[in-house]
Design a binder for this molecule. Structure first.
Ligand SMILES: NC(=O)c1ccc[n+]([C@@H]2O[C@H](COP(=O)([O-])OP(=O)(O)OC[C@H]3O[C@@H](n4cnc5c(N)ncnc54)[C@H](OP(=O)(O)O)[C@@H]3O)[C@@H](O)[C@H]2O)c1
Length: 220
């Protein structure tokens, strides 16, 4: 493996809860070297990572961000502003977060985000390249929904982002995780992937998700 390939096979996951460990587990199976963090010291999540995502490495959040160019954000939304934003400069950020008032409390900026919450994430991590993805299916799909390329029952997930190279990296991640990827367009289109939107929580094939996103785009 060349140095470039080795770097490209690194994945960082910030958040070692339900979705973070599920993505980490699928990513290890997909050939990634995965570093994952919770909100505290690495030792606090070592056991859970060993059990739920064996092969991934428990480290601190700073270490996750330094380790990989592609980082999955999987913390509750009300906590993303705690993250060290300067470290995200030039990183590709796959934003898997959803804003739930019941969990995150009332957050005026997130509630009223007209173009979706990932735009707020992009504003905060201004020098990173945010792609909304991995957020619209339940964490268990990363276990029971994974399929090899070409499988007739392979599920699809969407990406929405403004930077073509960043979107391409997340599409490749989805493929290696076991999913087809549908490019939903710019980051602002990520709005339709959010809770309450037409895509959220429903499993689709590539064709089904593509049609749905096209019809949403034509209505916008
Ligand atoms: N659950 C799903 O099926 C699902 C699917 C798609 C998207 N999502 C979205 O993904 C996000 C996470 O959901 P979840 O269900 O995985 O939550 P969760 O099970 O509660 O896990 C949250 C994780 O984030 C960590 N965390 C909190 N603050 C942090 C910080 N400042 N730095 C680093 N790590 C931090 C927590 O660590 P500590 O325990 O140390 O605080 C915990 O490991 C939410 O926005 C959710 O809507 C969830």
């Amino acid at each position: 493996m060349s140095g470039h390939d080795a770097l490209e096979r690194r994945l960082g996951v910030v958040g070692a809860g339900k979705i973070g460990t599920a993505v980490a587990r699928a990513a290890v199976a997909g050939g990634y070297h995965v570093a994952i963090s919770g909100s505290g010291a690495a030792e606090r999540i070592e056991l859970i990572v060993d059990v739920l995502a064996p092969g991934a490495h428990a480290v601190t959040t700073d270490e996750v961000i330094r380790y990989a160019d592609l980082i999955v954000l999987a913390v509750p939304m009300h906590r993303f502003r705690e993250l060290p934003r300067d470290l995200f400069a030039d990183k590709i950020v796959a934003d898997a977060m959803n804003y739930w008032e019941e969990i995150d409390g009332v957050d005026q900026e997130l509630t009223t985000a007209p173009m979706g919450t990932s735009m707020i994430v992009q504003e905060r991590f201004a020098s990173s390249r945010v792609v909304k993805s991995l957020n619209h299916l339940g964490y268990f799909k990363f276990e029971d929904g994974r399929r090899p390329p070409g499988a007739p029952d392979r599920l699809a997930m969407a990406t929405a982002g403004d930077d073509p190279a960043a979107v391409a990296a997340v599409i490749q991640l989805l493929d290696r995780l076991g999913f087809d990827a549908v490019d939903a367009g710019p980051l602002a289109a990520g709005f339709v992937l959010q809770p309450g939107g037409p895509v959220f929580g429903i499993s689709h094939s590539y064709d089904g998700l593509s049609k749905l996103l096209l019809s949403e785009a034509s209505r916008a």
